[in-house]
Design a protein around this ligand. Structure first.
Ligand code: MLT
Length: 322
């Protein structure tokens, strides 16, 4: 019996099987690469709260900000591949940043995909003082400014920055970007009238639009957002083709045991299938990911496809980061 016990102990010690079987045994950290109070932070907190029920351990949200989210992702990449550090990110942090920064890590080779999360179109919003009642009037106002109007972003390479570049491309408007540590703080300044516009995630601005604290002009989709039925699409509002969906996802450091990735994926999928979570997300204008795209492989394939799609436009924009 003693020999058998020693053999099992040796096997477990050398193969590391024990951690995966007993995982998790202590709280798990989700690194959100933007400031508290923004859309990434909100989604991660809702998700972590429900994943705790499945895995039996608390999910701690750590906001590690700066450089368009690339600092936070780098922190996750360099964490031990043991399943206790999860990287929350999106089109900006896990696609665009690779075309803008010398990251010191590879967004595909140094991370394991876990699960695709909800997505939302961008929404074009302005401070209330802008005398425009339609997207066309907004474009005229923006173009008539004596100096480039200010657009809040979460930093170079963030989703709101990429959306701003795309908006400039399609509309011919020239913007002056004002970087924040997240679009939570940027939105506070928009409400206060300190900046002119944000091309923001719908989920971030929607409550301020509903409260009448900012103005919405269009959503970057070919259909209206069900929970914001009064906001026209860009096609209806006169900026056809400005379609952009910002999707989010979870990753872990490369080398994380497959069993642990599977457990994290299952807990996230359980959260996404929870009607209460679904209602919270949909009320923010978020669209749930298709059920056939919830495997780790599906996120990995999607991320690679988005890199192929966005890098040429971003590199052509020749974004300078200090
Ligand atoms: C972005 O613009 O990349 C995000 O909306 C930033 C955030 O989640 O705060």
């Amino acid at each position: 019996m003693r020999k058998l016990l020693l053999a099992v102990l040796a096997m477990v010690t050398f193969t590391g099987a024990a951690p995966a079987q007993t995982y998790p045994t202590h709280p798990i950290t989700i690194i959100v690469p933007f400031a508290a109070g923004g859309p990434s932070d909100a989604m991660a907190r809702i998700l972590g709260e429900r994943m705790k029920q499945s895995l039996g351990e608390v999910f701690v949200i750590e906001n590690v900000t700066g450089a368009g989210g690339s600092i936070g992702v780098g922190r996750a990449v360099r964490s031990p591949p043991d399943g206790y550090t999860v990287s929350f990110g999106h089109l900006g942090t896990h696609v665009a940043n690779g075309a803008i920064y010398k990251l010191g890590y590879d967004l595909v080779a140094d991370l394991e995909p876990v699960v695709l999360l909800p997505s939302n179109p961008m929404i074009i919003v302005s401070k209330n003082a802008v005398p425009a009642k339609s997207l066309k009037e907004l474009l005229d106002w923006l173009k008539s400014r004596p100096s480039p109007p200010t657009a809040g972003t979460a930093g170079a390479g963030s989703g709101s920055h990429i959306a701003g570049l795309y908006f400039e491309n399609v509309s011919g408007v020239k913007l002056q970007y004002v970087p924040y540590r997240g679009t939570g703080p940027a939105l506070n300044d928009l409400v206060a009238g300190q900046i002119d516009i944000i091309v923001d995630q719908t989920s971030n601005s929607i409550n301020q639009v509903r409260a009448g604290n900012i103005r919405a002009y269009a959503v970057s989709d070919d259909k209206r957002v069900e929970t914001a039925p009064d906001v026209p699409t860009v096609d209806e509002a006169g900026l056809p083709g400005f379609h952009m969906t910002l999707w989010s996802g979870l990753w872990v450091p490369k080398g994380t045991p497959k069993d642990i990735v599977t457990k994290l994926n299952a807990a996230a999928v359980e959260a996404l299938n929870d009607p209460a979570v679904k209602k919270q997300f949909e009320n923010l204008g978020l669209q749930m990911p298709p059920k056939d795209r919830l495997t780790p492989q599906a996120l990995g394939d999607w991320q690679k496809a988005e890199i192929a799609k966005w890098w040429p436009m971003i590199k052509a924009a020749n974004v300078k980061v200090d």
